[in-house]
Design a protein around this ligand. Structure first.
Ligand SMILES: [Zn+2]
Length: 227
């Protein structure tokens, strides 16, 4: 799960005064600009189907309904599944407050909580994993979960990109091209390109909002929840 920084409250046209949202929907463009149009949980590209996600659900804390610091972006699946299940942020990790880069492992047909985490970390990672059912295989109508389909496609694409990367000689151009071909599921791509720091750097820097402090000097996830 890509750790993100949404940045400070966006400013009004004068560049000085904080914006005031009278409806959370008004934050959509600012959020897309600061985080990229990707689900903050599953990392799927959601350019035309962006949901504004309230980390603390608005019915549990109405005062945070229009609060910039309570917003993330989510796909329909993550948003609907999470719904208002969490009463607060306690007992979970979230990509805007924790280093969530090292908690999950991507496999050819799924995603799971990493096995070698410390017990407390693992419990928090699992709670968030369950909150959005990150590895759901079928949706409520019995059809393949959209996120699973998109993630599997992206897995294939990343494997092909890796093959191209290893075969083609123009190293710098290939780094740029590889990063450009990554259209979401960043954590999975980072895992697949784990041996190539320059590619990981380009992938992470190609999208707004990634908290680079959550990665080490080789652009591998740091094994530490703190920010
Ligand atoms: Zn999602």
């Amino acid at each position: 799960m890509r750790p993100v920084n949404r940045g400070n409250m966006p400013k009004q046209e004068d560049g000085v005064t904080d914006k005031v949202y009278t409806s959370y929907k008004q934050a959509k463009d600012d959020l897309k600009k600061s985080l990229g149009a990707y689900c903050s949980y599953c990392e799927m590209g959601i350019e035309n189907q962006v949901d504004i996600e309230h980390v603390i659900p608005k019915n549990h804390n109405p005062s945070l309904e229009n609060d910039w610091n309570n917003f993330l972006l989510a796909c329909k699946s993550c948003n609907i599944i999470k719904s208002d299940k969490n009463v607060s942020r306690n007992g979970y990790v979230f990509p805007d407050t924790h280093n969530t880069s090292f908690l999950y492992e991507y496999l050819i047909d799924g995603v799971s909580v990493k096995n070698d985490l410390h017990e407390v970390t693992k419990a928090l990672a699992k709670a968030t994993f369950d909150l959005v059912q990150l590895d759901r295989k079928v949706d409520t109508s019995g059809m393949t979960d959209d996120r699973k389909l998109a993630r599997n496609n992206s897995w294939e694409k990343a494997q092909e990109a890796l093959k191209d990367f290893l075969e083609l000689p123009e190293y710098d151009a290939m780094i740029r091209q590889t990063a450009r071909s990554c259209n979401g599921f960043f954590s999975m791509w980072i895992q697949i390109f784990q041996d190539y720091p320059e590619v990981k750097k380009a992938i992470l820097e190609n999208v707004n909002g990634t908290d680079m402090q959550c990665y080490d000097k080789n652009f591998n996830p740091r094994n530490d929840l703190s920010r």
